[in-house]
Design a binder for this molecule. Sequence first.
Ligand code: ZN
Ligand code: ZN
Length: 312
Amino acid sequence: MIEYDVHLHTEFSTDSEEKAETVIEKAIELGLKGICFTDHMDLYFPLECSKKSGGDFTFDLDGYFDKLDYLKRKYMGQIEILCGLEAGLRDEIDLREKCFNEYREMVTRYPFDFVIGSTHCLEDIDPYWEEYWYGRTAEEGLDRYFDAIAQNCTYYDCFDSLGHLDYLVRYVSADATIKSIKAKGLNNISGKNTEDVFSNPELLKRLYGREIYNPADFADRIDYILRKIIEKGSALEINTAGLKYGLGFAHPKREILLRYRELGGELITIGSDAHMAVHLAYDFNAACEMLKDLGFKYYFVYKDRKPAGYVL
Ligand SMILES: [Zn+2]
Ligand SMILES: [Zn+2]
């Protein structure tokens, strides 16, 4: 049973309006033992994407700690409240040294329990936006994305767990999906003729992640990433937002978790990546069963940046 949700967002994040109190009340209602707030800190978020997103994915850390200290006192004895961060790592040459130094300074200065390292942007764009995929097949766009993660895993030492490794599969554009289907020579998808699929925008939405994505297509890069985090003693995050988005799997996909285990990986953290309280601990039972099925016995919760094991 998973009793801690350690990846979630509140109004401190540009893309969430949820009050921290609402999240805590919901967590208590769900019977969770603890939660870790991990609001977005994406230094040097691309300007154009900030405009479209309505914010730059940074926030006032003093205000954050003040608020969470107050809430820890308010809910003492009812639930354990941990204070974390989701740090957006950047591999661009002109940014990585600045990001490295600023994140290092941040995690030294503030008493975080837990830091997730995520790759949200590369090539000065958030690949959530379609422009990233122009002129690329899904595989080309994802190759480049996994390559950025590989570089970030090698370079940065500010994080405890690698966030949502393959989440980008859910944002592959329709055009890149069509290119990928053609390159693979597929004639039908889930019993439907590909021509019918191509002309149906609804079917194309998240189709790549649901039906086409195969981690084996990226095996070299994924292996490199898994080996690197194991070598560094970092954890791998299981992020159940993939289930919420209807992909049929949590991030990363089962084959990757199996490979992680084969390579000797044991440290896993689990989060819903909820941006609304209603999504807290999303499908945790399914994630728990899958992990046990793969042979994992424990999940880990970081407190004061140190992992504590809990039985699944
Ligand atoms: Zn993220
Ligand atoms: Zn997140």
